[in-house]
Design a binder for this molecule. Structure first.
Ligand code: RIB
Length: 299
């Protein structure tokens, strides 16, 4: 079984602010940093750090060579990454002193993913292989429908939500990863008992994983419904916490863990990620996750 993460790569411009800015306000920042990120890149790195052998496909611009270097360092295969003339995608991220973030995206090279590129990449994979997608590249509906037609097992993180995310697209998910923002948009609620069945109806036969930040995470699938409390940590930057969770969860289930074990390990990895600044660089290695002594939040 091979694993392909087909998604975005962004240069993240991170502004640390006292509070997230409000409409009409002008705010001095506390510090500025640049990190490599993008949901596709982050999830591929998380899966690799969790022990999965993974290929990353997508598009970078002439300014995106750094992504190949980092992928080589963490063991992500980049043979399906294309360079185009459009600049690499970027994100302007505000991080508050409580660790909350909000993100503005410029798609850049991520919007140069073409149907022809998708066909060329998918030709290298076969039925039963894993395809991990998010929603920061062009032609996502084509990618998902072609992957499904070829029998790939698809993990969908419909983030950020936009009109490309249709019930038809979500129905192809074997694993559907949704956070509280997407749950609210898809189901009108974040109450697990209300939205897990609704989300499961969107991908019949598949599994739904709902992440709720400090309120923990839940799984509903053929094996049952499970709840995992969050770990207690001091959050400094929640960027890429969801990506860390997704990469770790998939690496765990594909290596034979039960959904309950996968929820536990993915939650612990995401908890460690929020204690560090940045996107991909905040993602812990498998050994760090195994060795970390963290206590669970009270229910
Ligand atoms: O999920 C976090 C990521 O979202 C950031 O790295 C940013 O690039 C945006 O894609």
């Amino acid at each position: 079984m091979k694993a392909l993460c087909y998604g975005s790569l962004n240069l993240d411009h991170v502004y640390h602010v006292p509070e997230l800015i409000r409409p009409g306000e002008t705010l001095s920042v506390l510090s500025v940093e640049q990190h490599c990120g993008g949901k596709g890149f982050n999830q591929a790195v998380a899966a690799a750090k969790a022990g999965l052998s993974v290929t990353l496909a997508g598009c970078i611009g002439p300014d995106g060579e750094i992504f190949r270097k980092i992928c080589a360092q963490v063991g992500v295969d980049t043979t399906c990454l294309s360079q185009v003339t459009t600049p690499t995608g970027n994100a302007v991220i505000q991080v508050s002193q409580r660790g909350e973030n909000c993100i503005l995206l410029y798609g850049g090279a991520n919007r140069e993913v073409s149907c022809a590129q998708i066909d060329r990449v998918l030709d290298q994979f076969q039925a039963g292989d894993l395809l991990i997608v998010q929603n920061e590249i062009s032609h996502l509906p084509y990618l998902v429908s072609t992957g499904a037609a070829r029998g790939l097992r698809i993990a969908i993180n419909p983030s950020p939500m936009d009109p490309d995310i249709t019930p038809d697209l979500l129905s192809a998910a074997q694993w559907l990863f949704v956070n509280e923002v997407e749950a609210k948009q898809l189901c009108g609620t974040t109450r697990p008992e209300d939205c897990l069945p609704q989300l499961n109806d969107l991908c019949p036969g598949g599994s739904v994983i709902l992440t709720l930040g400090s309120d923990g995470s839940c799984y509903r699938g053929p094996e049952g419904t499970f709840y995992q409390p969050a770990f207690c940590v001091q959050a400094v930057d929640t960027t890429a916490a969801g990506d860390t969770f997704t990469g770790y969860f998939l690496a765990c289930v594909l290596s034979g863990s039960s959904p309950e074990q996968a929820l536990y390990t993915a939650s612990k990895a995401a908890a460690l990620a929020v204690t560090r600044r940045g996107a991909y660089d905040s993602i812990p290695w498998k050994d760090e996750v195994a060795q970390a002594q963290l206590s669970l939040a009270d229910l």
